[in-house]
Design a protein around this ligand. Structure first.
Ligand code: SF4
Ligand code: SF4
Length: 402
């Protein structure tokens, strides 16, 4: 009923050319379903009658609160799925059955479409499908080459040991301005993208409702990667129908490695501006220890994820997304490997070259952050928040006394 009223309101506004009333997300919702969205809607109708997979993940409880699947709900559910593959291997209607139910693959295709649909700026939305391993490595290689050439022209490619003083090579303010600008743009683009997504799928706020507990629940699930345990604690499927917790473990190494590296940079920034303590810092200092721990996490996690990705059952994947997944993993691996090498050889004459290599790779990582796999974590967290808000409400479906 609510959907019908919303559609009537939007149709009337559209007829009057009242774009403000419709809003960007409303307009988006009026578009016809794409072929991939139709496939998700078709298979979810079958699942909704079957419900065998109810305990596997958040998608199925969210699905059972609906009888039909308009565009916004398909986008929401596609981002709630994390492609664990469990429901494919459990499904009695999977191919070669004539129903051909393949939820992980159908969801994956819509998921990447949503990243592009809500991208900022819109013109860069196509990068999600095109910015794969080749683009990531070409960008990193180009930036590294550029920085090496700058050093070579200045005659500082090889130098006497500088006791790890990076700023003797590239001034602190130059680095802060360059990386700050690219990182802020990446955060802005991701923020606008996920806000557009949220405006489309938002459950809104009802009288007397607070979203604090829901936000806590969503953060808990996201940080623990709760649903990568397959709903039964044995893990998800990767190569075949055997369960494995490796994907969860490697995701954790990657995520917490990234956060530790971020913490290392934050602490170093505070040292620099608040305490007037300037790099290089000793190996036993807080920023360096955080950086070492983060770098090791970012070596183990992405290496493991790449290994799993190469062995992954292609039937549960969207083949078109492999380059995007692997491009992001490759940049993370190169970032940590080059960062640790820089730390190990910072007291030698190779520091400038290693610094140029590391900075070029990090710059490529930041620049591609909003248009690659990183978006999955942001959109999925928003979908989990909606799931936790909905779950605290009574079901809207009125199916009769039973
Ligand atoms: S994926 Fe298959 S087994 Fe699972 S709920 Fe859907 S139809 Fe049923
Ligand atoms: S693939 Fe995994 S996360 Fe996605 S719907 Fe199936 S069981 Fe849920």
């Amino acid at each position: 009923m609510q959907h019908l009223e919303a559609l009537t309101r939007e149709a009337a506004a559209l007829a009057n050319g009242d774009i403000d009333t419709i809003g960007a997300s409303g307009l988006h919702g009026l578009l016809p379903l794409t072929a991939d969205e139709e496939e998700v809607a078709r298979t979810l109708q079958i699942c909704n009658a079957c419900r065998y997979c109810e305990g596997f993940c958040a998608v199925f409880p969210a699905m059972t609160r609906r009888l039909e699947f308009p565009k916004a709900d398909i986008h929401y559910l596609a981002n709630l799925c994390h492609n664990c593959g469990a429901c494919y291997h459990a499904c009695q209607y999977a191919p070669p059955h004539e129903f051909a139910v393949n939820i992980p693959q159908a969801m994956a295709k819509v998921r990447v479409q949503t990243y592009g649909d809500f991208a900022f700026p819109a013109v860069l939305g196509g990068l999600y499908r095109r910015a794969g391993m080749t683009v990531a490595l070409a960008l990193a290689g180009g930036l590294v080459l550029f920085l090496l050439m700058v050093l070579a022209m200045r005659g500082s490619l090889w130098h006497a040991p500088l006791a790890g003083n990076f700023y003797a090579i590239f001034p602190h303010n130059l680095l802060a301005a360059m990386f700050g600008a690219v990182f802020l743009f990446a955060m802005l683009a991701l923020g606008i993208g996920v806000t557009r997504f949220w405006r489309q799928v938002t459950p809104g706020t009802r009288d007397g409702e607070s979203h604090g507990a829901a936000a806590g629940g969503a953060a808990h699930d996201a940080l623990r990667l709760k649903y990568l345990d397959g709903g039964h604690g044995k893990g998800c499927n990767n190569d075949d129908d055997a369960f494995t917790l490796l994907r969860r473990r490697f995701h954790h190494f990657t995520f917490y490695g990234f956060m530790l590296c971020f913490a290392a940079t934050t602490v170093a920034t505070l040292y620099h501006y608040l305490l007037d303590l300037h790099a290089p810092y000793p190996v036993t200092s807080v920023p360096v220890l955080l950086g070492i721990a983060g770098g090791i996490g970012l070596l183990i996690g992405p290496a493991g994820l790449l290994w799993l990705n190469l062995r992954r059952d292609p039937k549960t994947m969207d083949a078109a997304q492999k380059p995007m997944d692997r491009g992001f993993i490759a940049l993370l691996l190169l970032t940590s490997a080059s960062g640790l090498a820089l730390l190990a050889f910072r007291d030698t004459g190779a520091m400038a070259a290693l610094l140029a290599i590391h900075l070029g790779i990090v710059m490529a990582l930041f620049a591609t952050l909003p248009y690659g796999k990183f978006a999955h974590g942001i959109f999925r967290s928003a979908a989990l928040l909606k799931f936790h808000i909905e779950k605290r409400r009574p079901a809207d479906l009125a199916l009769g006394s039973d």
